[in-house]
Design a binder for this molecule. Structure first.
Ligand SMILES: *Cc1c(COP(=O)(O)O)cnc(C)c1O
Length: 371
């Protein structure tokens, strides 16, 4: 007899910076029979998932697939495939995730030029234009669309024009925006993009949807050095995910996670992108007015709908409030990260969790726990 009790996780309301609450349809898909990774039936499901990813990214990019790993693996995939040692690149940093992009680029051998903005602000078009003119040899510009550490919502359209007018490529982190905010990969001419499953797609963590434009493919095909990572080398991965003339084994795909992602994307597309974005906006506005009534101030001027970062009032023990929310209400919110550790709360309204019911529950619970 084992001493381990049966697995019985509590059903929490997940309103932190991810993971978000997963709908039962997605959990059922995860429990479907495991097929072989070369089984034609499985390949059909995988192809469906790739097509749905194109629809959600709003792109025609053929090279669109789920990296086996969480959002950080998507970031690393984009970086190691587009950067060669000695390349100059530009990275926008206004929070934790821009800083991680820089670290990844440096590990891949790039010389990184940083464009900074204060935590909570977005990277301005002027600052980006200046960096591009100062570093005309840069090949790639990396930026975070939804900076989860501060809640800032980065506009991309103007920056994309600046980047392409200078002949550079644009790589974007959409981990906390995809499925909650508009992400128009083709219209905004994003060359490489990655996301995660456990934020606004409301799927468990484990995969990272990525997509590469034809310009990014040209760049990868022109490489003179091998990609530094074997596992994340797109030149090999594409023969499995996109392989027109049969599928070549590279690593065993996380079959059941792909089922779950396919189901999660089906839910997104059933709701419709526009309806889904409107729902996120509506519940964000409802939360915002409720939090402001409680005297809480938003950190960013341009706030995401999906991640609401507010300063903790002086005299309130932020960790104690989060502990009570978890213990007494089964409700999770996030604390501050980096510069905001101990100073801010991060409240996620992501995918399945972006509901009026959750907003009202949180507002009432927070009011109670702050007293
Ligand atoms: C969560 C997040 C990541 C990392 O994703 P993991 O799934 O934790 O690996 C990257 N970028 C942003 C903006 C995120 O919010």
């Amino acid at each position: 007899m084992s001493d381990y009790a049966a697995l019985n996780p509590r059903e929490r309301i997940l309103m932190g910076p991810g993971p978000s609450t997963v709908p039962s349809r997605v959990l059922r898909a995860l429990g479907a029979p495991t097929l072989g990774h070369l089984d034609p039936q499985y390949i059909g499901y995988m192809d469906d998932a790739c097509q749905m990813m194109r629809d959600v990214f709003q792109t025609e990019n053929l090279l669109t697939f789920p990296v086996s790993g969480t959002g950080m693996a998507g970031m690393e995939t984009v970086v190691v495939n587009l950067v060669e040692p000695g390349d100059e690149v530009i990275v926008g940093i206004n929070g934790v995730f821009g800083g991680r992009m820089k670290d990844n680029m440096e590990r891949a051998g790039a010389t990184v030029h940083v464009v900074e903005a204060a935590w909570g602000d977005v990277i301005s078009d002027e600052a980006m234009a200046k960096a591009i003119s100062q570093h005309p040899n840069a090949k790639l510009v990396g930026i975070v669309h939804a900076e989860t550490s501060t809640g800032a919502h980065q506009p991309l359209e103007e920056i994309s024009k600046l980047v392409h007018d200078a002949g550079m490529l644009l790589a974007v982190d959409t981990v906390t925006s995809l499925g909650g905010h508009e992400v128009k990969v083709d219209q905004w001419q994003i060359d490489a993009v990655y996301s995660g499953t456990q934020k606004c797609l409301s799927c468990p963590p484990g995969l990272s949807p990525v997509s590469f434009s034809p310009r990014a493919i040209e760049r990868m095909e022109a490489r003179t050095t091998k990609v530094k990572s074997w596992y994340l080398d797109v030149s090999m991965l594409k023969n499995y995910y996109i392989g027109a003339g049969g599928r070549a084994y590279h690593h065993t795909a996380p079959i059941n996670m792909v089922y779950a992602l396919r189901e999660a994307l089906a839910i997104v597309l059933e709701e419709g992108l526009e309806n889904r974005f409107a729902r996120h906006k509506q519940v964000h506005e409802m939360l915002r007015s409720g939090l402001e009534e409680l005297g809480l101030k938003y950190v960013p001027e341009h706030s995401l709908h999906t991640l609401n970062c507010v300063m903790v009032p002086t005299g309130v023990d932020e960790a104690a409030v989060r502990k009570r929310l978890l213990e007494e209400y089964d409700l999770e919110i996030g604390g501050g990260l980096g510069e905001f550790a101990g100073k801010a709360w991060r409240i996620g309204l992501m995918g399945h969790g972006a509901t009026r019911r959750n907003v009202q529950t949180l507002l009432a619970a927070l009011k109670d726990c702050m007293n």
